[in-house]
Design a protein around this ligand. Structure first.
Ligand SMILES: [Zn+2]
Length: 615
């Protein structure tokens, strides 16, 4: 049996190994292994300087706390979200100001410009500047000074700070969790076309003048090919080379998008181009474009990615093919770690069960699952599923006893620790676009496999190829595991456990959860059955009462009058309740006599049985 401290030690050693070996490394370490501690500790012991890029407030806070505890000096980088009371902390000057600020920011003005030129943009000074200089601006001005950060051991910033050379120049880089879309610029096909046309309009020296020219040009016109080669135009242009400086200014995109069209290669239904400065541009079949700007790191820079449940291929898309993954625990140790945390994972479905938002019959199934777990546990489970599925569930269960969260608002939430039982319904299914986007950025096609008739394979057979599948599992299976791990963030010295029931098989393979049987059958799918069950369960003595078919029929007629179901149908339904649902009992005397078996266990809409498999 491994001690807890050994797990933390392994994580620390993994981080140490990553820094010592240098280059680009991904450290794969499950949640709660104290990755932030490991990083700060390494900085404290080695005396090396770091910059840590992250996103969530809780990760910022954790890093700051670690630095303080270990006497490591740190500085949080300027961010209007964190430090400007106008644009970032709307509780100070109100939502209206925050929205005005963010609106301008979205139009492409920098947060600095909005501060220094507030009168021009807002016709009045910013409220954050009324009493002295806004803290965001103070931090920006600090950055302008030479040697500004020399005195700090660790800088803490957001993923968008990754692109600013100042912060990483003489430091090792740590990227805490996968930055995802916050690194990308995404453009609609309309925006792409107009940026290209505008660029071609403005530069009359080019041998093509419209986007259509450009697309047709490449292979057909030898003169243009020659012109491109002779002028070296594809490899140099001051705008293209420095487009990064015009970050978020659409006018700068024309120069690089034009080059991307002329140099792109096909990847399935996508195309991809790498520009000379390292910018990667990928385009889907509908013309939508995604741009991944290059990081300003020198080749020998140490860059360490940290992730609890990574998709290695998605990380390769941003860090490059030379990235080396390090797993701090092997699969058996990972399982042991889940046990140490007191997590018991129980799988309830044989397919991924993608959560979808449509208002279908799924809500009855979902409610039955909650009822089933509530009966097993003696209390309602905490529910995690999609936002829409929660909304749909509340239409069936208007006064729910269960608490819930949807997949989208789990990150950074630590208050679930110690919940006794939880139910995760379905897995978040990334769209094809999402999977193909990251695969294209990584340089691979991700084409969904089809059967012999040309129908796309689904469910357990869904297949995007090696790279696409790794991304799919990273965004789906690992998301499910992350959700499950929300319920235990600390080692539990007592023998308490949290049982997490997962209605999906989208769980990383190494987990090897218990697999239980689930049987859910809707009993109230017709008006007739509701009538029968309603009379069988009325009156104080219903639990023990014995009734003949005639008596039951009479009660139905009395209650429902002209709408009452007839003899044949009622008899059929009574047999169904006996044989199929096993909710009532039947004995034959002169005629049949019916009595309750376990009608009280029927759910509102379904009969549900959840149990470990028969041994
Ligand atoms: Zn401000």
């Amino acid at each position: 049996m491994t001690e807890n401290s050994d797990f933390y030690l392994k994580c620390r050693q993994g981080i140490e190994r990553a820094f010592n070996q240098g280059g680009t490394v991904l450290v794969d370490a499950l949640p709660a292994l104290r990755k932030s501690t490991g990083v700060v500790q390494w900085a404290a012991e080695s005396g090396e300087k770091l910059v840590v890029f992250t996103a969530r407030n809780d990760l910022y806070d954790q890093l700051e706390k670690e630095c303080e505890e270990r006497g490591v000096s740190y500085r949080v980088l300027p961010s209007f979200i964190r430090f400007c009371s106008t644009g970032g902390r709307e509780e100070v000057h109100g939502e209206k100001w925050a929205n005005r600020f963010k609106q301008k920011y979205a139009e492409g003005y920098s947060a600095r410009e909005l501060h220094t030129d507030a009168l021009k943009h807002f016709d009045e000074p910013l409220p954050c500047q009324q009493e002295g200089t806004c803290e965001f601006l103070q931090r920006l001005e600090e950055k302008d000074k030479e040697d500004a950060y020399d005195q700090y051991d660790i800088l803490i910033g957001h993923y968008v700070h990754l692109f600013d050379r100042t912060y990483s120049e003489s430091r090792h880089v740590v990227i805490d969790e996968f930055p995802g879309d916050s690194l990308l610029i995404e453009l609609s096909s309309g925006a792409v076309n107009s940026a290209i046309n505008q660029y071609l309009d403005e530069d009359s020296s080019l041998p093509f003048s419209t986007r259509d020219d450009l697309v047709g040009t490449r292979r057909e016109n030898k003169d243009i090919e020659r012109w491109l080669n002779e002028t070296g135009w594809l490899t140099f242009d001051s705008v293209a080379e420095n487009w990064n400086k015009y970050w978020r200014k659409t006018d700068a995109y024309g120069a690089i998008l034009t080059r991307a069209i002329l140099t792109s290669k096909k990847l399935g239904q996508w195309t991809r181009a790498t520009l000379r400065d390292g910018t990667v541009i990928a385009q889907d079949k509908n013309g939508r474009v995604v741009i991944l700007p290059p990081f300003p790191f020198s080749e020998d820079k140490t860059v360490v990615g940290l992730d609890g449940t990574p998709s290695v291929e998605a990380w390769r898309a941003i860090l490059g093919k030379q990235m080396k993954p390090i797993s701090v625990l092997n699969d058996a140790e990972k399982r042991e770690w889940l046990g140490q945390l007191g997590l018991r994972l129980i799988q309830l479905a044989e397919t991924p069960v993608p959560v979808n938002g449509t208002l279908g019959d799924d809500r009855y199934r979902d409610q039955a699952l909650i009822e089933g777990i509530t009966r097993l546990e003696g209390a309602a489970p905490f529910v995690i599923t999609s936002k829409n599925a929660i909304g749909n569930l509340k239409l069936v269960d208007q006064n729910p006893e269960w608490e819930s969260r949807h997949y989208g608002n789990l990150k950074g939430l630590n208050t679930l620790d110690g919940v006794e039982s939880a139910l995760i319904i379905g897995s978040p299914q990334p769209s094809d676009h999402e999977i193909q986007k990251w695969a294209a950025l990584a340089g691979s096609p991700a084409v969904p496999a089809e059967d012999e008739e040309g129908n796309r394979l689904r469910g357990n057979k869904l297949d995007f190829g090696d790279v696409g599948n790794d991304i799919l599992r990273g965004f789906r299976d690992n998301e499910v595991l992350q959700a499950a791990m929300r319920f235990r963030r600390q080692v539990d010295e007592s023998d308490n456990e949290t049982r997490v029931y997962i209605y999906s098989n989208a769980i990383p393979e190494w987990v090897r959860p218990e697999v239980w049987d689930v049987d859910i059958r809707r009993w109230d799918d017709g008006r007739g059955m509701s009538q029968v069950v309603s009379v069988l369960t009325s009156g104080e003595d219903w639990g023990t009462r014995e009734s003949t078919t005639g008596e039951i029929l009479e009660m139905i007629q009395e209650r429902y009058g002209s709408k009452a179901k007839g003899y044949d149908q009622v008899v059929n339904l009574l047999h169904k309740l006996t044989d199929e649902f096993e909710l009532i009992r039947r004995v034959r005397r002169q005629s049949y006599v019916w009595s309750n078996l376990r009608l009280e266990e029927r759910g509102k809409h379904c009969v549900v049985a959840i149990a470990p498999p028969d041994r």
